[in-house]
Design a protein around this ligand. Structure first.
Ligand SMILES: C[S@@+](CC[C@H](N)C(=O)[O-])C[C@H]1O[C@@H](n2cnc3c(N)ncnc32)[C@H](O)[C@@H]1O
Length: 263
């Protein structure tokens, strides 16, 4: 069960990170590539002018991107500081930000959406996927989409750490239980979902459309410096990833996978 303590710790932890969050994001090449792929996928599915609900929007990077592209965005999160920073960037006031946990989406009763999305593993902070799936389904128009970027419970780069004797880090994701993570000095609980397990929570209501894997052989965000040290190798690994990212199997061994469902 998703506990209030976790919500409090998430609010505090992401509050500590909030002021440096955007700089960390915009200077990290793997994160930039991940966002580009996410945008490309969303834009190929839902057209500008559509109504979008973003859950766990953080500092509003994606909400602002889609808002500036002409989508009508309502963006939600539970971190006060992240939301304040997002609002400060919302100069044209064309995006609506709201403090709301994705475990309470049934509190939204204003309108329905063409797309609900969650980027960069927000849904790894919960085990209430069943309820969240039901609420998202009720919030979508018929034919609407739900797209999420999720961290799976196996990642090749991390697994290979066992060669260096770093067994704890190498195997930390490989459990169906909660794993403790440190965010801004706060202990928060995280769950890693294989694509198959994640699908099981949604497929009785939604039609599964596809997955796209991010960072299979290419360096993940914590290894962003690899792009400066080894630009040619990084480029090659990105190219290899590009060839295999749409294979369902790839989404089982990557750092994040994007998963698409249709109502
Ligand atoms: C890694 S950040 C991702 C932020 C954003 N999606 C991005 O792409 O930059 C995770 C975010 O999930 C939010 N989050 C965690 N649990 C949440 C919950 N129960 N409801 C809403 N947001 C939550 C955190 O506050 C944090 O801003």
């Amino acid at each position: 069960m998703y506990s209030n303590t976790n919500i409090e710790n998430i609010n505090k932890g992401f509050g500590v990170l909030a002021d440096e969050y955007d700089e960390m994001q915009f200077t990290n090449k793997p994160v930039q590539i991940m966002r580009e792929k996410f945008y490309e996928l969303v834009e190929s599915i839902v057209k500008p002018g559509s109504d979008i609900l973003e859950i766990n929007c953080g500092s509003g990077i994606d909400a602002l991107y889609f808002g500036n592209k002409g989508y009508n965005v309502l963006a939600t999160d539970i971190s006060d500081k992240m939301l304040r920073n997002a609002e400060a960037k919302n100069i044209d006031k064309n995006i609506k930000f709201m403090k709301l946990s994705f475990t309470e989406l049934d509190k939204i009763n204003s309108k329905k959406f063409d797309l609900v999305y969650s980027n960069l593993g927000g849904l790894n902070c919960t085990d209430e996927l069943q309820k969240i799936g039901k609420d998202i389904y009720n919030l979508l128009n018929n034919g609407g989409y739900f797209i999420a970027a999720v961290m799976p419970n196996f990642f090749l780069w991390e697994f290979l750490l066992f060669i260096k004797g770093e067994f704890k880090r190498a195997f930390r994701r490989m459990t169906n239980n909660w794993v403790e993570a440190n965010v801004g000095g706060e202990k928060i609980k995280v769950k890693y979902y294989s694509p198959q397990r994640f699908r099981e929570y949604f497929q009785n209501k939604f039609i599964f459309v596809k997955t796209k894997a991010s960072r299979i052989f290419a360096p993940p965000p914590p290894a962003g410096h690899f792009y400066l040290k080894q630009p040619a190798v990084s480029k090659l690994l990105d190219k290899i990833d590009g060839r295999i990212e749409d294979l369902y199997l790839s989404s089982f061994v990557c750092d994040y996978y994007i998963i698409v469902f249709k109502k």
